[in-house]
Design a protein around this ligand. Sequence first.
Ligand code: HEC
Ligand code: HEC
Length: 283
Amino acid sequence: MQVKVAIGTIAFMLTMIVLGYAALREPARLDESTGAFVGRSIETGGQIFDANCATCHGVNGQAEECYDAGSGEAIPCKGLPLNSYFLVCGEPSQRIVDLGWEGTKFQYIERTVSSGRSGTLMPAWLDQFGGPLRPDQIKNVTLFILNWGDEEFCAQEPSSFAWPDTVDEFMAMDDVQAGDPEAGADVYLNLGCNACHGMPDQEGSNAVGPWLGDIAETGATRVEGQSAMEYVYHSILDPNAFIAPDCPTGPCTDPSLMPGDFAFRMSTNPQDMADILSYLMGE
Ligand code: HEC
Ligand code: HEC
């Protein structure tokens, strides 16, 4: 009798241990399956990106290398870089703070992709707004974009060249040569200024920001005491320092729609600044 009780007790305890272990494992198993689910979403999102977005936002979302979807020929990138520290790192990320967006970066990207950006080349993608993608596909591509901001990528904030306070001091630096307007025209396209400002030699070609074809004159009238060149230098480094009055769709919004990361993006080659200034000053 006593033996039976003992066996019963041991069996009961063993059952509890097995059940308890299974219960403890349960959250871990759930995590693994959500992980796998997110992994699949990102993978699908990557396919959606390559098929629909890379023509404008570039291979790997870097807006550096773009190919025509039909012919496969290399073309200039028309979209902004999305694989960018300022868009995908931190919550809220710097881009979202600069735009005064109230919400998460996920919501910002999901919304922008869904409804597009009117007045720009960025189309609406959600079926409900006439686009080709379902809500779950928009979510997948959003997860894919945010996945660029992994721990390693976000661990190091890009460091900026120490831009001097005035354009004269900048131009006087030992490493900076007199600007080359032809090289400046390439920089203008490579950095995607044309996506918003159009081409300086085509009045009215601007979609989002002011036309820059006459900035050599109007620039001198913006901020008391600043020459046109000084003004453009500061406009590029810190778009919110002064908000231009007129944008193609009405008064320019504050905060500025212009990305605030050119100070970083031009850090790898500050000569680009001298070149783009000479291009815009029509020298
Ligand atoms: C025809 C060119 C084009 C295509 C194709 C395109 N975009 Fe864009 N996209 C743009 C342009 C131009 C902008 C900048 C809009 C502006 O001036 O505010 C932009 C902006 C964005 C932004 C906001 C970036 C920021 O920093 O504010 C996101 C996110 C984005 N696009 C995602 C996508 C995704 C995802 C796809 C594919 C489903 C896509 N885009 C396809 C041209 C394009
Ligand atoms: C995503 C759109 C966008 C891109 C890309 C962009 N800008 Fe802008 N930019 C704007 C908007 C909107 C304004 C007006 C609001 C303001 O003053 O910041 C502006 C303002 C300016 C001004 C002041 C214009 C005036 O009439 O006072 C200059 C100069 C300028 N941008 C130069 C550039 C250059 C150079 C580039 C590329 C390196 C660039 N922008 C890229 C949107 C953009």
